[in-house]
Design a binder for this molecule. Structure first.
Ligand code: DC
Length: 231
């Protein structure tokens, strides 16, 4: 069997990891695993179990008892909690904050990392998250650290919300982005940081297409694998 191609993509909130990863993986003809969705499903399991999010033992047990799985339908990730499709239910602000809270605990991280490594062992995948290059796939042949300035990330978020008809305050969004950065970069266990062998891609002044192409170029340089239709 040929070795599956694995790509690790990490970065802070709002850098466009999810949409960029979807597109890069699609052009390479491989799957995209959004690992944040798994932590969100773990957070939902904890909410449903009615457990206090600060009770480490109870949280770890609730996640151990939950069956968190990912399956693909037409190449698209479907996140399952105890057999139920929770792909939509995990997209709320509340689920994000719960995910962030439960992802602090080593027992929870161990379970998620194990599942992620199992999936990437047999299947060519691009995994995006916070600790992929530093913990989950330390030997990945391609590691990308996708970032942008806090202002650029807040601006993009503002546009997304405005497109939904909301009228948010830029300063409030910027404060939220900075708070999430502090939380993800300063947590004790596996904080977000650039792996030594990761290539930094700063998308502050790049369009979506330029960001995708930059990453595809790095993948090709590192592995010789190119996207369908790319010269
Ligand atoms: O990418 P996201 O916003 O969906 O992730 C939700 C939370 O999950 C995020 O605040 C931190 C945590 N997370 C993590 O600790 N490790 C990962 N590989 C992915 C997400």
């Amino acid at each position: 069997m040929t070795q599956p191609l694995t790509i690790a993509l990490d970065g802070p909130v709002g850098a466009g990891k999810s949409t960029v990863s979807d597109e890069v993986a699609a052009r390479l003809g491989i799957l995209h695993l959004d690992t944040g969705a798994m932590y969100r499903a773990a957070g939902l399991a904890v909410s449903r179990a009615g457990v206090n999010r600060d009770d480490e033992a109870a949280v770890t047990e609730a996640v151990a008892r939950a069956e968190i799985a990912v399956r693909y339908e037409n190449g698209k990730q479907v996140t399952l909690l105890d057999g139920e499709d929770v792909s939509e239910a995990i997209r709320t602000q509340d689920a994000g904050s719960m995910a962030s809270a439960v992802s602090r605990f080593p027992g929870v991280r161990r379970q998620m990392v194990f599942l992620q490594q199992q999936m990437a062992r047999t299947t060519s995948m691009l995994l995006d998250g916070r600790d992929i290059g530093t913990v989950v796939l330390k030997d990945a042949p391609v590691k990308i650290y996708l970032t942008a300035t806090a202002e650029a990330r807040a601006r993009r978020r503002l546009l997304q919300l405005e497109e939904k008809g909301e009228h948010p305050d830029f300063e409030a969004i910027l404060a939220e982005v900075n708070a999430r950065d502090r939380q993800d970069m300063n947590r004790e266990l596996d904080p977000l940081r650039q792996a030594e062998d990761a290539v930094l891609v700063d998308s502050s002044d790049l369009t979506f297409e330029e960001t995708v192409r930059t990453i595809l170029r790095i993948v090709e340089e590192k592995t010789g694998v190119s996207a369908a239709g790319e010269a």
